[in-house]
Design a protein around this ligand. Structure first.
Ligand code: GTQ
Length: 350
C-alpha cells in the first residue's frame, strides 16, 4: 500500500490522534522511522573541552562552595546536544571534580559505577570500602557500584580528576539506589595498596580463604599510571602498530578478563609522532583525555586541536582519525562494556 496519504485521510487521522491522546495512545506509523534507525544517529554532538578553561571555572566554584557542602564539587561536562540531561553521551556522565587541601567529600555508595581519571594533583585519595587509593596523575581509580567511597585531600595542592559514571544508564533502567554513611569518612579497614598486592598481579588470595576479602566480581579498583604507561611503552617498542588504533591497551577486571566495570570500558593508546590513524567508527560514544603530547582529531570532516588534559567526546558512529604531532597518549572511556553484554556493539574499520 502506498504510504502517501490523501488530504481526507490526513484530516481523519489527525482527528483520531486528538481523540485518543487523552487515553495516552499514539500512532507508531508516525514515528517508526525515527525509532528504528538503519544506523546510529546520535543526538549527542562532538565536543572538546579545554582543560585550562574548565579548570578556571572549577577553581572559582572552589571559592564559593566546599566539597563537604556540595557533597561532590563537580562541574558536569554536558554534551551540547543533550542539554539539561547531565550527560556527555546518551549513556554516560562525566565531570571534573575538585578537592582542595584539607577537604573531604563525604562517604556514600550508590548503584551507579564510577571511575576517576586523575588530571592534576598528587597524593589525595579515594577510599573504597575503607581502603585508600592514593591518587597520582593519570591513575585510574574505580568505585564500582555499591562500594562505599569518600574522597579526601591532605596534601598542599588542589586535586582534580575526571569522573565517569553510568548515571544516564542507571536512569534508563530506573535502578538508582544511594545511601550516605552516618560518618563523614569510612573507617580504614586495611592499609593502602593492600588490594593491589592481593589482586593486582594476576594472582588472588585462595578462594574461600580469610585473605580473599574483596567482592569476587570486582576485586581491583586502582590502575596506577606508573604501571599502565610502562606497559604501553613496552607494547609500542615490541608490537606492530595497529593502523586504526595506534598502540592500545584495555584496562580489564581480573575477575573475568572483561572491561573494568559492567557498564564502562576504558583503554589507553599511544600514537607515535607523525602517525595518522586510519578512519574507524564504533557504536560506543567515547570520551577521550589527552595524557601526553598534542595532535589533532578529524571527526565528521572537522579537525580539532588536542592539547594535554583536553577532553573530547565523540558520539556513536562518527568516523574518527587521530594525527599525532608529538607522541600522543590518550585515555578513553565508553559504554562498550554494556553494549557488548547487550550484543549491541559494532565497529567499522574504514
Ligand atoms: O564521587 O561519588 O561526579 O556520586 C557524580 C556523582 C561524582 C562521586 C560525580 C557522584 C560522584
Amino acid at each position: 500500500m502506498s504510504s502517501l496519504k490523501s488530504n481526507d485521510q490526513r484530516v481523519q487521522l489527525e482527528q483520531l490522534y486528538d481523540a485518543m491522546a487523552p487515553e495516552h495512545l499514539t500512532p507508531l506509523w508516525e514515528v517508526l522511522h525515527a525509532l528504528v534507525l538503519p544506523e546510529p544517529s546520535s543526538p549527542a554532538k562532538v565536543h572538546t573541552w579545554s582543560y585550562e578553561a574548565a579548570r578556571d571555572f572549577l577553581m572559582r566554584a572552589g571559592d564559593l562552595i566546599s566539597a563537604e557542602q556540595a557533597e561532590r564539587r563537580v562541574l558536569i561536562l554536558e554534551n551540547p546536544g543533550l542539554e539539561g540531561q547531565s550527560a556527555i553521551t546518551p549513556s554516560l556522565y562525566a565531570g571534573l571534580q575538585l578537592i582542595l587541601p584539607g577537604e573531604i567529600a563525604p562517604c556514600h555508595r550508590h548503584t551507579q559505577c564510577a571511575l576517576r581519571f586523575v588530571m592534576e594533583g598528587d597524593g589525595a585519595y579515594t577510599t573504597v570500602d575503607g581502603e585508600k587509593a592514593i591518587m597520582r596523575p593519570f591513575d585510574l581509580v574505580l568505585t564500582p557500584g555499591m562500594q562505599w567511597h569518600d574522597h579526601a585531600n591532605h596534601t598542599a595542592k588542589p586535586m582534580i580528576w575526571l569522573d565517569g559514571l553510568d548515571i544516564p544508564t542507571v536512569r534508563l533502567f530506573d535502578a538508582s539506589f544511594a545511601e550516605r554513611l552516618p560518618e563523614q569518612v569510612h573507617p580504614e579497614t586495611v592499609a593502602a595498596g593492600d588490594t593491589l598486592a592481593r589482586y593486582g598481579g594476576n594472582m588472588r588470595p585462595m578462594r574461600g580463604s580469610l585473605a580473599d576479602r574483596r567482592p569476587s566480581h570486582q576485586p581491583l579498583f586502582h590502575y596506577p599510571y606508573s604501571a599502565w604507561r610502562q606497559n604501553l611503552a613496552e607494547l609500542a617498542n615490541s608490537a606492530e602498530i595497529d593502523p586504526h588504533l595506534g598502540h592500545a591497551l584495555e584496562f580489564i577486571n581480573p575477575a573475568d578478563g572483561g572491561p573494568v566495570m559492567p557498564t564502562i570500558a576504558a583503554h589507553v593508546r599511544l600514537l607515535p609522532a607523525g602517525f595518522t590513524s586510519a578512519p574507524r567508527r564504533t557504536s560506543d560514544g567515547t570520551i577521550f583525555v589527552v595524557v601526553e603530547g598534542h595532535g589533532t582529531a578529524l571527526v565528521a570532516g572537522q579537525e580539532r586541536a588536542l592539547g594535554v588534559r583536553d577532553i573530547m567526546v565523540v558520539p556513536s558512529w562518527h568516523e574518527l582519525q587521530f594525527t599525532a604531532e608529538t607522541d600522543l597518549v590518550l585515555f578513553a572511556m565508553s559504554d562498550k562494556a554494556a553494549q557488548e553484554k547487550l550484543r549491541l556493539y559494532r565497529e567499522e574499520r574504514l
